[in-house]
Design a protein around this ligand. Structure first.
Ligand code: SF4
Length: 227
């Protein structure tokens, strides 16, 4: 099965209750040969309406971030952990998450086989790197279970607080360096790694992340999923 065929099948999915309240399934989009796979948490209002991921203001900033390292949207693949918008912007439930990721996200990952995963949002991060804290680990690359992850703030954070634009742009340089083979990820052996724990220093808390339908314009954003 090709990625295109998988996504076409996903569009017809009604395997969980989330489909009832959603306008349409938003499977994700981008290159089947992407080196980078961005994984948000669930479609927001704009995604639900358009059927496309990350098309609001935060998505535009993501485009700017990609451009800063010589990439365009067509070079990457971007999707969400749940493909249908939860009603009234509520958090997806565990059973919805499990059904959707096993049905669609995991097959997408197998077909694309990206070089690096970029979870967007705290809860997406915790699926892949339990125990990681975005405000402490942003800009870092980790290898866990044979997969590489890049930790970054959700682009919508920069819409709430302009000072985070520079943080994101600076962090993105590390992603470019990794793609160029100039930096290596640190290997994690445990869910809550000693490496992550050692890196943490006392300091200020990072910004709260936006809800999906916040002023970010509905780009896939923070939802309260837990794994
Ligand atoms: S959220 Fe996922 S599993 Fe549920 S109906 Fe939509 S595509 Fe299917």
């Amino acid at each position: 099965m090709t990625l295109e065929e998988l996504n076409a099948e996903a569009k017809l999915c009604a395997r969980c209750r989330l489909r009832e309240g959603a306008t349409q399934v938003v499977p994700g989009e981008g290159s089947a040969h992407a080196e980078i796979m961005f994984i948000g948490e669930g479609p927001g209002a704009v995604e639900d309406k358009t059927g496309r991921p990350f098309v609001g203001p935060a998505g535009k900033f993501l485009d700017e971030l990609l451009k800063s390292i010589g990439l365009v949207r067509g070079d990457i693949f971007i999707t969400n952990m749940v493909k249908c918008r939860p009603p009234e912007n509520r958090d997806p439930r565990d059973d919805e998450m499990e059904i959707c990721t096993s049905s669609w996200l995991e097959p997408q990952i197998k077909l694309i086989n990206p070089k690096v995963f970029v979870p967007l949002g705290r809860h997406a991060l915790h699926k892949f790197l339990p125990g990681a804290v975005i405000s402490k680990e942003h800009g870092e690359l980790y290898e866990r279970g044979g997969l590489v992850y890049f930790v970054m703030y959700h682009p919508a954070v920069a819409l709430y607080n302009g000072s985070y634009r520079k943080v994101l742009l600076d962090d993105f340089k590390t992603l470019r360096e990794f793609l160029d083979g100039a930096v290596e990820p640190e290997t994690l052996n445990d869910a809550v790694s000693d490496i992550i724990a050692e890196k943490r220093k006392p300091g200020g808390k990072g910004p709260d992340e936006p809800k999906r339908d916040g002023p970010s314009g509905g780009d896939s954003g923070q939802v309260g999923m837990s794994f």
